[in-house]
Design a protein around this ligand. Structure first.
Ligand code: UTP
Length: 291
């Protein structure tokens, strides 16, 4: 039986250049979809999957991220005094159990692979989840929950993938697969950001992974790949054929909140999706479209 997944690595040290100037003084993972920051969606996705320990790989401007998951004593006391129980509950929900979060720094944004490598000593030698919080996924069970369930069956590495238009392969890690059954396929190759004409498939990795600790051994070499960055996909590619490696076709909602339009889409779609905001959002959209 595969070892269970207890830890998640959340890399949040990217520069977020596509979202400047919003990300000048604030990490993009603190951008808000409807009423909570992206990072909270990622943490809630993990908790729903039974993954309860977190390693945040941060860069500059980490303060807001740490504070978000801390107890906000003055705010909570004031809400309590004013009888704002619903608001108090929402505030208290956004915390992580004492001792279950670690913040480590990636001093230079050398790439996603390097960010994950920075978590190596905190993860140790056990399988772990990786979530890129700027990719928002919404499904039940959660995307990470689906990966954890798949990992329990297959062991090894499991990544979530989705079909993208061929002209977009240059923006993703792409998986070549075989023998797909019940949305799970064996990975036969991985390439980071291939040109459309060279891409082995149109199955893109969407920022959700269950990885074996052996990936750190490959990342140890600090080899640079696409864009001159240390790429996670390149380290994962070295494990193909050496341990079980599967791609799970994810069918839920997914938004690339690292891009302005993807972020706008996420806000509209989540507001439409949620029972407490759907009516008002529909009316708002009609108003805006008529104006
Ligand atoms: P992106 O590819 O979206 O890069 O990173 P970015 O720098 O955050 O954003 P842009 O492209 O400049 O707008 C994917 C994930 O990897 C993390 C990011 O924080 C994000 O969660 N990352 C990337 C790091 O933690 N460190 C890095 O060196 C690069």
């Amino acid at each position: 039986m595969a070892l269970s997944v207890r830890k998640a690595v959340l890399p949040v040290a990217g520069l977020g250049t596509r979202f400047l100037p919003a990300t000048k003084a604030m990490p993009k993972e603190m951008l808000t979809v409807v009423d909570r920051p992206l990072i909270q969606y990622a943490v809630e996705e993990c908790l729903a999957a039974g993954v309860e320990e977190f390693v945040f790989v941060t860069g500059r401007n980490k303060g807001a991220l740490e504070d978000h998951f801390d107890t906000a004593y003055e705010l909570e006391a004031t809400l309590h005094e004013r009888g704002k129980n619903h608001e108090l509950k929402l505030t208290q929900q956004a915390t992580i159990k004492a001792g279950n979060a670690i913040f480590t720094r990636q001093q230079q944004p050398l790439g996603l692979g390097h960010a994950i490598w920075c978590a190596r000593d905190w993860v140790g030698r056990e399988p772990f989840a990786v979530l890129l919080p700027d990719e928002l996924t919404i499904d039940s069970p959660s995307c990470t929950g689906q990966l954890v369930a798949a990992h329990e069956r297959t062991g090894g590495n499991v990544v979530a993938v989705m079909e993208v238009p061929r002209e977009q392969t240059k923006s993703y890690g792409i998986a070549a697969v075989k023998d797909e059954k019940d949305s799970l396929a064996e990975v036969t190759g991985l390439v980071e950001k291939p040109n459309p004409e060279e891409s082995p498939s149109t199955l893109a990795i969407i920022g959700r992974y269950i990885l074996q600790p052996e990936v750190f051994d490959h990342l140890d070499r600090h080899e640079k790949g696409a864009g001159g960055e240390i790429q996670l996909t390149d380290a994962m590619a070295k494990m193909v054929g050496h341990c079980p490696f599967h791609a799970l076709r994810y069918r839920g909602l997914r938004y690339d909140c690292g891009s302005r339009i993807g972020f706008l889409e996420a806000n509209v779609a989540v507001a439409l999706h949620r029972a407490d905001t759907t009516g008002e959002t529909r009316a708002l959209l009609e108003r805006v479209l008529k104006a």
